[in-house]
Design a protein around this ligand. Structure first.
Ligand code: RP5
Length: 163
């Protein structure tokens, strides 16, 4: 079956964060691939991945990187597919470095930047699914059901002092 979303990251060390995006895509039955593609260590492979993404049938790219996090922006510079950037939490600067590296794109080359770390990766998966759901009513129904489950779980536990 055709892969819809490319989940890429700069390093194996990004996987514990980025697997949270993949879990959401699994849950929503979105087809994806996961790859290590580094802006600094494998730049030629990164450009090839971005250049070939459309012809390979990808519709959205989720790119996670930490520190001097150039991967999302560089990938976005070589494709007009939507690119969602996930700032990885870092030990030196807590991920603020990653966030600012990803979010401060010059006008003309957008990267949809989510929060630092796990919450951002989860939301990247959801955002990719929401983009795909624009042309997939069944996926939209699954997204609506997920929102409803969140709502119900809060209503069932509305007293924070309850165990
Ligand atoms: C970035 O450098 C990666 O995205 C990773 O977050 C960070 C550190 O990589 P490792 O030194 O752990 O491989 O390119």
């Amino acid at each position: 079956m055709q892969v819809q979303v490319g989940v890429i990251m700069g390093s194996q060390s990004d996987w514990p964060t980025m697997e949270n995006a993949c879990k959401v895509l699994d849950e929503l039955e979105v087809r994806y691939e996961q790859r290590i593609v580094s802006a600094h260590r494998t730049p030629d492979q990164m450009f090839r991945y971005a250049e070939q993404a459309t012809e390979r049938g990808l519709q959205v790219i989720i790119a996670g990187a930490g520190g001097a996090a150039h991967l999302p922006g560089m990938v976005a510079s070589k494709t007009v597919l939507p690119v969602i950037g996930v700032p990885i939490q870092t030990s030196a600067l807590g991920g603020l470095d990653s966030l600012l590296s990803i979010v401060q794109m010059p006008g003309g080359v957008p990267v949809a930047t989510v929060a630092i770390g796990k919450a951002g990766a989860v939301n990247a998966g959801l955002l990719a699914a929401q983009i795909l759901a624009l042309s997939d009513a069944n996926l939209r129904t699954r997204l609506e059901a997920r929102r409803e489950a969140i709502l119900q779980s809060v209503l069932e536990k509305d007293d924070p002092a309850d165990d």
